[in-house]
Design a binder for this molecule. Sequence first.
Ligand SMILES: [Zn+2]
Length: 61
Amino acid sequence: MKACKNCRLISDGPTCPGCNGTELTEKFSGQLKVTDPEKSEIAVKLGIKMPGTYAIKIRER
Ligand SMILES: [Zn+2]
């Protein structure tokens, strides 16, 4: 599984289903499952707008 460097959405690639970005990395830590972004305080804080599993931290940068 890889995390998108742009929006942090975790997918199995090669492109991010969230933002269609191609900059995915395996170097991430923590996973956050968001089912209802508008009701999740953390999701709002991270700027997450669609449901999915997100990386909490991208380690590569
Ligand atoms: Zn993305």
